[in-house]
Ligand binder design. Structure first.
Ligand SMILES: Cc1ncc(COP(=O)(O)O)c(C=O)c1O
Length: 430
């Protein structure tokens, strides 16, 4: 491991210019040393707080095969939430036995595929899924966990809040669904290893995860006394936020793990349980390890009440980063060219929505077409949420390897790929 790398990932001008020239923009850039360092730090922090831990990487955050291979190399389990994500892990060389399969509506074919691959764990989300599993189960190495809804309300955008009672995810503890699920799974001889929850994402206040963990721990203790069932695993999910802007103040991972574990462990200790504790972060592992490079294009100013607004258009937008449009996510935007005078501008994309990517950010007053901008903290939920909207090809991804040398890990989508799935029926081709 080389000397620690600063977070979040940032490029100097010569490197940014070299990468932009070689691979084009928009361009996702990831750092291998930073990803490895972040995983190791998270693991060490968790391990320092509790003796028996397990860390998964939530591959939905960024499913680049290179990252999955690195996470596996760093001994993480891989959380997959679809057959596609499972196939991604397999393509990256991750054994299915190291994968954990999530999803609130897994279909029978997905489940059959996962079992055929000998997946390590299936996290059963609801009563019909438990019934289906019991009806098809044959002795095998796969474990089952139950996803529970602990009924906590995370302080985050409603679109990424998942732990509350009114949620499509998990078996509610409060209305008895969780206990019913456990009874059915045990009666059906499913190998239930324990319980799981994930209460939300980009959480800057840890109270929701802690309350969710406490809810799981209390439930596990109560199931021990009521059903004589001993949970071997409790997974507290992901959710730890990152500082995408200077206003975001997440806990450092050491304090977070200490606080989270302390309150959960107290309940487990009192109930005589010593399960393996798991966490399943995505954003906190990869978010700061990636950035996006854009090139500035059209610049215009418009009159607004009390002054003028400057729009700075870049060569990407909604299709490579839908998060601002989806839930108002904010980022820092940095010009690669230093300037003595800064002025506020709204960075917008090329798409047919207003596509205000980064409203009201400070940029050089003399910003000009052709300038490069970097947007740190886009390693999570950017590439994996990208689309072809407006027929924009998905950007390339470059991984900076251990000594900083770039490796192309995903090339820019070609026009041939863009149209590969289409067919013009007879008589429509002219
Ligand atoms: C089940 C589950 N685990 C883990 C995660 C990762 O969350 P985050 O990236 O916020 O850590 C998610 C995200 O939605 C999830 O649904």
């Amino acid at each position: 491991m080389p000397t620690p790398v600063d977070t979040p990932l940032r490029l100097d001008f010569p490197t940014a210019e070299r990468l932009a020239t070689q691979y084009g923009t928009p361009l996702y850039v990831l750092s291998e040393p930073l990803f490895r360092q972040t995983i190791r730090r998270y693991k060490a922090a968790f391990q320092a707080a509790y003796p028996k831990t397990e860390l998964s990487y939530a591959s939905k955050a960024n499913g680049s095969l290179a990252l999955l291979a690195i996470a596996h190399d760093e001994d993480c389990l891989i959380d997959v939430a679809s057959e596609g994500e499972l196939r991604g892990a397999l393509a990256a060389g991750v054994p299915a036995a190291r994968c954990v399969f999530h999803g609130n509506n897994k279909d029978v074919l997905e489940i059959a595929f996962a079992l055929e691959c000998k997946i390590g764990t299936i996290v059963a989300d609801n009563l019909p899924e438990i019934d289906h599993l019991t009806s098809i189960w044959r002795p095998c190495s796969t474990k089952v966990m139950l996803r529970l809804a602990p009924g906590v309300d995370p302080i985050t955008h409603e679109k990424i809040a998942t732990g509350q009672e009114d949620s499509k995810f998990g078996l509610n503890i409060s209305d008895g669904a969780a206990e019913e699920g456990l009874r059915r799974a045990l009666a059906g001889s499913l190998p239930v290893a324990g319980f799981h929850c994930h209460v939300g994402s980009q959480l800057l206040n840890p109270e929701a995860q802690i309350a969710g963990g406490e809810g799981l721990a209390k439930f596990a203790v109560s199931m021990k006394s009521r059903l004589g069932y001993t949970a071997e695993f409790i997974n507290l999910g992901g959710g730890l936020g990152i500082a995408c802007t200077e206003h975001d103040r997440p806990l450092d991972v050491e304090t977070y793990c200490e606080k989270l574990v302390a309150r959960v462990k107290r309940i487990l200790d009192e109930g005589g349980l010593q399960p393996i504790l798991g966490q399943e972060p995505g954003r906190a592992l990869v978010g700061e390890c990636g950035l996006t490079l854009y090139t500035v294009g059209a610049i215009k100013e418009v009159p607004v009440t009390g002054g003028r607004r400057r729009y700075v258009s870049v060569d990407g937008g909604l299709s490579d980063n839908p998060r601002p449009a989806l839930y108002g996510a904010e980022y820092r935007v940095e010009s690669m060219r230093p300037s003595a005078e800064m002025a506020r501008a709204t960075v917008c994309g090329k798409h047919c929505e207003s596509d205000e990517l980064f409203p009201n950010v400070p940029l050089p007053a003399d910003i000009a077409a052709g300038d490069l901008l970097q947007v740190p903290c886009t390693g999570a939920y950017n590439s994996s949420m990208s689309s072809n909207y407006n027929r924009f090809p998905r950007p390339a991804t470059v991984l900076l390897r251990m000594q900083g040398e770039p490796a192309l890990v995903q090339r820019r989508e070609s026009w041939a790929e863009m149209f590969a799935r289409e067919n013009l029926p007879d008589g429509l081709r002219r």
